[in-house]
Design a protein around this ligand. Structure first.
Ligand SMILES: *Cc1c(COP(=O)(O)O)cnc(C)c1O
Length: 417
C-alpha cells in the first residue's frame, strides 16, 4: 500500500550534471581549491573573521590589478554588475561619454552609459580589429569626453585593445578612464596604475577561474573624489547628522559606490549582505593566481593559446582577427566552408567528447567558433584533448583535417617551450 501523494521531488532529482570541459569564452572550469572554499560555513557579515576576509580581498585584488588603490572591493553580481556600479556611479546625467567599441561588450557599455544619463558617443572599428592610439587621441580631442569607457579584451571578437597610452591621453584631456577587464585579468598583461586607468571592473569566470557571481573592482582617488560628490546614504542606516552631498543622486541603490565604500571601510555601514560563498570564491581565486605568480600565469595562457592556434592552423583552419592583438584567453576560428552547420559541430563536441566550445554573436554569428584557454582549463592536456576531439568531429562532418596534424603542431609548441 503506497498512498503517499506524488511529490515534486519524485520527478525533479538533484542537480547532478555530467562533467564538461569548458573551453568556450566563459564560464570555465573552476579551480578545485575554489570549489572547496565555497563549501565553507556561513559567517555573519560583521563577524571579525568575515570582515578580516573582506580586508584580505582588498589586499589580494590590489595585487591582481597591480594597484595601490584603497578602494579595491567586490560588487555582488556577475561581471556586468561591476561595469554598472562603476559607470552608473561615475557618469552624471549630461556627462559626455566616449566609448571606443570593438565588440559586443562595447555595445553593453554604450547601453549602460546611456541608462546612467550620459551623452554617449561611440566610435567603431570592424569586429576583429582594435583602435590605434592616433584614432583614440583624435576622438578625445574632438569629443572632449568627461568619461572614456573601454573594454580591454572583448571575448566576442577575441581582441585585446592596447591601453598603455590611453590613460595618459585621458589625463591630458581631463577625462576619467574606465576599463572592463573581465576577460583579460589573470591571463593577459594588465597594469592598472602603470596604465593610469581610473576605474576597472572584472569577473571571476574567465581567467580567474571562479564561478560567475561577483565582480572585483578598483577605483582611484580621482574617481573617489568624483563619486563622493554624489554621496547619499539611505534612511534607516544613516548616521546621525549625515548630510547628503550636493551632486545628483546615483540612480541605482545596489550599485552606489559611495555606499559600497562605506560597507567595505572600517565604518562597515551596512548596505547589502555580502555574498558569503562568492567572497570565499573570490578570495581563493586570487590566492591561486598569485601563488602561481601573475607573470607565470600569463606565460601559461600565452603558451597554451599558441599551441592551440598552431594546432588549429595545422588542421587547415583559419584563425580570426588581427594577429597582433589577440587575447591569450580566447581564440576565434572560422567555421570552414565545408561545414554546413557549425552548431552541429559544437553539439557533437559537447555530447560526444564533453567539451564545450563557444558560438558567436552579432556580425560573427555563424562565422566563427570561439575556443577559450582560461584559468584552470588552460593546460596542455586540455589543449590536446580539444584538438584531437575537434579533428574527429570535423572529419565526421565532412572536413578532412590531416590526421594528427593538429596534435603534432601543438606538441611541437609545448616541446620547444
Ligand atoms: C565575459 C565578459 C563579461 C561577462 O559579464 P557577465 O555579467 O559576467 O556575464 C563582461 N565583459 C567582458 C569583456 C567579458 O568578456
Amino acid at each position: 500500500m503506497n498512498d503517499r501523494p506524488n511529490k515534486i521531488t519524485d520527478q525533479i532529482g538533484h542537480t547532478d550534471p555530467e562533467p564538461r570541459l569548458l573551453m568556450g569564452p566563459g564560464p570555465v572550469d573552476v579551480y578545485p581549491q575554489v570549489l572547496r572554499a565555497m563549501s565553507q560555513p556561513m559567517l555573519g557579515q560583521f563577524d571579525p573573521q568575515f570582515t578580516g576576509y573582506m580586508n584580505e580581498i582588498m589586499t589580494l585584488y590590489r595585487e591582481i590589478f597591480r594597484t595601490k588603490n584603497q578602494w579595491t572591493l567586490l560588487v555582488n553580481g556577475t561581471a556586468r554588475s561591476g561595469i554598472e556600479a562603476c559607470l552608473t556611479s561615475i557618469i552624471q546625467p549630461g556627462d559626455k561619454v566616449l566609448v571606443p567599441r570593438f565588440g559586443r561588450f562595447g555595445h553593453l557599455m554604450v547601453e549602460i552609459a546611456r541608462r546612467s544619463g550620459g551623452e554617449v558617443t561611440a566610435i567603431d572599428v570592424p569586429w576583429g580589429e582594435v583602435f590605434d592610439a592616433n584614432r583614440l587621441e583624435e576622438a578625445l580631442r574632438e569629443h572632449k569626453p568627461d568619461v572614456v569607457a573601454v573594454v580591454h579584451g572583448d571575448t566576442s571578437t577575441t581582441m585585446a585593445q592596447p591601453l598603455a597610452e590611453l590613460g595618459a591621453l585621458c589625463r591630458q584631456t581631463g577625462a576619467l578612464l574606465y576599463v572592463d577587464a573581465t576577460a583579460t585579468v589573470g591571463g593577459n598583461a594588465f597594469d592598472l596604475d602603470g596604465w593610469q586607468i581610473d576605474a576597472v571592473s572584472s569577473g571571476l569566470q574567465k581567467c580567474l577561474s571562479g564561478p560567475p557571481g561577483t565582480s572585483p573592482i578598483s577605483i582611484n582617488e580621482r574617481v573617489e573624489e568624483r563619486v563622493l560628490t554624489r554621496k547619499h546614504v539611505e534612511g534607516g542606516i544613516r548616521p546621525e547628522g549625515f548630510v547628503d552631498a550636493t551632486g545628483p543622486i546615483i540612480q541605482s541603490n545596489y550599485f552606489d559606490l559611495p555606499m559600497l565604500m562605506d560597507y567595505w571601510s572600517p565604518k562597515r555601514l551596512n548596505h547589502h549582505t555580502e555574498s558569503t560563498s562568492m567572497l570565499y570564491a573570490a578570495h581563493e581565486c586570487a590566492r591561486v593566481v598569485l601563488a602561481e605568480g601573475i607573470d607565470q600565469g600569463i606565460a601559461r595562457h600565452a603558451l597554451s593559446s599558441r599551441a592551440l592556434r598552431a594546432g588549429l592552423e595545422a588542421m587547415g583552419l583559419e584563425l580570426f582577427g588581427d594577429v597582433q592583438h589577440r587575447m591569450h584567453s580566447v581564440t576565434g576560428v572560422y567555421i570552414p566552408s565545408q561545414i554546413s552547420d557549425g552548431e552541429k559541430v559544437r553539439s557533437e563536441m559537447l555530447e560526444d567528447f564533453g567539451i564545450e566550445i563557444g558560438t558567436s554573436f552579432g556580425p560573427l554569428h555563424g562565422k566563427i567558433w570561439r575556443l577559450g584557454t582560461m584559468g584552470y582549463v588552460c593546460r596542455k592536456a586540455n589543449i590536446l584533448r580539444c584538438l584531437i576531439s575537434l579533428e574527429a568531429v570535423l572529419r565526421r562532418n565532412g572536413f578532412a583535417a590531416p590526421v594528427n596534424a593538429g596534435l603534432d603542431a601543438a606538441y611541437e609548441i609545448y616541446n620547444d617551450a
